[in-house]
Design a protein around this ligand. Structure first.
Ligand SMILES: [Zn+2]
Length: 172
């Protein structure tokens, strides 16, 4: 696997300010569809440990760096994370997250042009005890034509995906 900075080729992306949310990750050169762009790295912890780490955070701070690998493991990119944690959510994304051997990679869903911001669908699941304003807390401003207005899965989705970005509990 080649990384963003391997060899003599220009790096594939860089991190800078984004209009969507805080920092974002932008392509520096053309990235072909299917390219494995970056691995989502960070501390690998249990769900219980992730809860413990973030239970003190306020409810309006939804910018966590947690990624669910499976029922046993969460990657906390807030600790030892790499640039992958700055890739923003998008409702019409040009990337996707792929879980393989309990590792998470971001791959190009289509060919990406230089200057484009990399985005993937965070696939944040819903929970029975979500407060009514959960979609406001996780509002999406990605400006895609198909923007669903939330980083959460649509309410009627029958089976939430097992992996995806995770939020800390939203409490009121
Ligand atoms: Zn959106």
């Amino acid at each position: 696997m080649s990384t963003a900075s391997s060899g003599t080729r220009r790096p594939m992306f860089r991190v800078r300010r984004s209009k969507v949310h805080g920092l974002g990750v932008f392509a520096l050169r053309r990235i072909r569809k299917g390219t494995r762009i970056v691995e989502y790295l960070g501390d690998r912890v249990s769900h219980r440990e992730a809860d413990r780490r973030y239970e003190q955070k306020t409810t309006d701070d939804n910018h966590t760096f947690l990624f669910i690998v499976d029922r046993g493991i969460v990657i906390d990119a807030g600790v030892n994370g790499n640039d992958a944690r700055f890739i923003n959510h998008g409702c019409d994304p040009n990337c996707e997250s792929v879980t393989e051997d309990r590792r998470v990679f971001v791959e190009a869903l289509r060919t990406i042009q230089p200057g484009e911001e990399l985005k993937y669908d965070y696939s944040i699941g819903r929970a029975k005890d979500d407060p009514p304003d959960v979609d406001v807390v996780f509002a999406c401003h990605c400006s895609a034509e198909q923007c669903r207005g939330t980083m959460l899965w649509p309410a009627k989705r029958p089976k939430p995906r097992k992996s995806g970005r995770r939020r800390q509990r939203v409490r009121k």
